[in-house]
Design a protein around this ligand. Structure first.
Ligand SMILES: [Zn+2]
Length: 373
């Protein structure tokens, strides 16, 4: 027998120990790894079930039976993952219409702990124009479900995580507004540490993370407005760690009316910033386009198919008066999975998967990015 160096024997022994240990990892650890590799497909499957009129629900306008059906679908999924789920019913009476809707709320942890809310509205709009609400906001809900599924066996130590599917956003942020007023009346607003709004998170040219505008939103009634960017910055760092510099969330530069990294009041985050809660808003769009009203993030893409005529050099319409489409996906006939996949092959699924990864990173260990004070 040849001489075997003692170091080699030691190496062999260590490798054996490692092999045995890795085979007997606790179940949740192996499960977590599996989840991380299947998420993009999981979220995309939920998206199809939500927005495809042939394979799923399709349009889901506020107050309709399709909106109600979507609420039941979301509830059933949260329950399947093992969450405590509650339903908050409300009536709304807006300038546009009168009706009934509901918020679906899911959590696992201790609600008296500092709570981070991930919210996404599940109603859609502009069905008459042909919109199925794939970008707005099937994508946000699909990602939220995939995230909830992946986190169902992980309760962070110092935080509680709450998922909320808001109803009737498209007719004046009805669901989120009702939810915040209810928290306020029941003195439960104090332990909400932050709110992350997922609305239109896939489909546009870039995926942004914003904080609330530095100037209080006009819609706010109380004087408690909060625009501090802690949760936005936490998401940005998590996105760098998980997606790298090339795919991280984008903070838009300073534009007239929109200082660096801030956003308007056009979605559910506004209900929370008005109540004094720090927010982050994730949306896919393109702030670098000089749109109908300037650089306001309302044009989602430079892709020529979405313009009557796009002037690439000046990043605006060739003729502002003649322009009809303005690079819009939201609330248009282009907001269907079929059309989006045609125009941007692979984009929606990729952006969806990236968002899921970033949120799993942040919400499985929020202390790492947002230490409890
Ligand atoms: Zn929306």
């Amino acid at each position: 027998m040849k001489f075997v160096h003692p170091l080699a024997l030691a190496c062999l022994f260590t490798s054996l120990v490692l092999l045995i240990t890795s085979c007997s990892l606790p179940l949740h650890q192996t499960k977590q790894n599996t989840n991380k590799s299947i998420e993009p497909t999981v979220a995309y499957t939920y998206l199809k079930q939500l927005v495809s009129p042939t394979e799923g629900i399709g349009a889901r306008e506020a107050g309709t039976k399709e909106e109600k059906k979507t609420a039941s679908y979301i509830r059933a999924n949260f329950e399947k993952f093992g969450y405590r789920v509650s339903e908050q019913n409300f009536s709304f009476n807006s300038r546009k219409m009168v009706g009934e809707s509901q918020n679906i709320i899911a959590e696992l942890g201790d609600p008296t702990k500092p709570t981070i809310i991930l919210g996404a509205h599940y109603d859609s709009t502009a069905m008459k124009s042909g919109s199925m609400g794939a970008t707005d906001n099937g994508a946000g809900v699909a990602a939220m479900l995939a995230i909830a599924e992946a986190l169902a066996d992980k309760i962070p130590e110092n935080y509680n995580i709450r998922f909320i599917a808001f109803g009737a956003e498209e007719i004046g942020l009805q669901g989120s507004n009702y939810y915040v007023v209810d928290l306020l009346e029941n003195k439960k607003l104090g332990n909400i540490a932050a709110m992350i709004n997922f609305d239109t998170i896939a489909g546009g040219d870039k995926v942004y993370v914003h904080s609330a505008h530095s100037t209080p939103y006009k819609r706010c009634k109380s004087g408690k407005y909060n625009s501090e960017p802690s949760i936005r910055n936490a998401l940005l760092t998590a996105s760098i760690n998980i997606l790298g510099e090339n795919n991280k969330y984008v903070i838009h530069p300073d534009y007239e009316g929109y200082p660096e990294g801030v956003t308007g009041s056009w979605s559910d985050h506004a209900s929370f910033s008005c109540a004094g809660i720090p927010i982050a808003y994730v949306e896919s769009t393109n702030f670098a386009i000089n749109g109908k009203h300037g650089f306001d993030g309302y044009s989602q893409s430079t892709t020529e198919q979405l313009w009557t005529c796009f002037d690439q050099e000046n990043s605006t319409a060739c003729d502002k008066k003649a322009e009809k489409n303005w690079g819009n996906i939201w609330h248009t006939k282009y907001d269907t999975l079929e059309k989006l996949n045609n125009i941007f092959p692979g984009r929606v699924e990729k952006q969806l998967g990236n968002n899921v990864k970033v949120l799993i990173e942040l919400l499985s260990d929020p202390d790492k990015y947002l230490p409890v004070k």
